[in-house]
Design a protein around this ligand. Structure first.
Ligand code: SF4
Length: 284
């Protein structure tokens, strides 16, 4: 909730308020209803209080890094994820840390800070194409990755590279990126992911693929590493992600796409978070 000179303004992220030079006042509470009319702003809580279920993926990927979300800076939280990732999944002997731009940048900076490995720009993102994993068709996704990123040969040639990304969904994007880095001369590619394996679909409004399409639902970290052709692959743990968002806050988040623990229990016929095992994808 923000304020303009002559009125109120509501947006899903604080960055939108910055754009129109509105003053950020506060976040709406879960379940809070706000009505704005000619008499002013009226806030109420029409529902009984329940456990909070803030989307942790907002901090991992969806929110813009310059936003303040759930009371904390998205940028600082992502950097903290990178620091935590470096502690849990080190890459001894690596020459440099690069990010998959743009969403992997803060975590890569955090990884570099905590590991002492220099940060550099090894991938450049074109800003003329959209995010890839919500594109519906495989062919469009592949084309999207090709258009969207290019490798900086001068930075990568002959280097052992740590590449930090925010998540692996189907694995196709990561595989293209690793191959692109090696084609640009990287000697080794160590892929580090600032969220735990994405194993479960979201039923709360985020357009994620079905469980069968999520590579981590049916493959081990080693298998995914082989598929994406990385020399090593390491994810942050769910515990580590909780530490990054703030120990005090961790119980207020939804983590269902990593843990399978849906806050609202069994959501769909045929989807039982506790027991469903996804059919194995052929990824060879
Ligand atoms: S399932 Fe994942 S994406 Fe959906 S609300 Fe929960 S944390 Fe967010």
């Amino acid at each position: 909730l923000g304020m303009l000179k002559n009125g109120w303004v509501l947006a899903s992220e604080t960055t939108a308020l910055d754009l129109i030079e509105a003053e950020f006042l506060r976040e709406l509470e879960a379940g809070e209803m706000v009505v704005i009319d000619e008499t002013g702003l009226h806030a109420s809580q029409p529902f009984p209080p329940t456990r909070l279920g803030r989307c942790i993926f907002e901090h991992v990927y969806f929110a813009k890094p310059d936003s303040v979300l759930f009371g904390t800076s998205v940028y600082e939280t992502r950097k903290e994820m990178g620091r935590q990732l470096a502690k849990e999944q080190p890459a001894p002997g690596a020459d440099l840390v690069i990010a998959v731009p743009d969403s992997g940048v803060p975590a890569a900076i955090g990884y570099a800070q905590a590991s002492g490995i220099p940060y550099d720009v090894g991938l450049i993102r074109s800003h003329y194409v959209g995010r890839t994993f919500i594109e519906p068709q495989q062919s469009i996704r592949h084309f999207g990755v090709k258009l969207k990123l290019s490798a900086v040969r001068q930075v990568l040639k002959g280097k052992r590279v740590v590449v930090v990304d925010d998540s692996i969904v189907r694995g196709t994007t990561s595989r293209k990126i690793v191959k692109m880095l090696k084609a640009a001369g990287a000697l080794e590619v160590h892929l580090r992911i600032s969220s735990p394996p994405t194993q479960w679909p979201c039923f709360y409004g985020i357009d994620t693929p079905s469980r069968q399409e999520l590579i981590a639902s049916s493959h081990s970290v080693e298998e995914i590493s082989r598929y994406v052709t990385a020399d090593t692959l390491g994810y942050i743990s769910l515990e580590g992600l909780g530490t990054a968002v703030g120990d005090r806050e961790r119980s207020t988040f939804c983590t269902a796409c990593f843990s399978g623990q849906y806050l609202t229990g069994k959501l769909n016929p045929g989807v039982s978070p506790a027991s469903e095992s996804a059919p194995k994808l052929a990824i060879a």
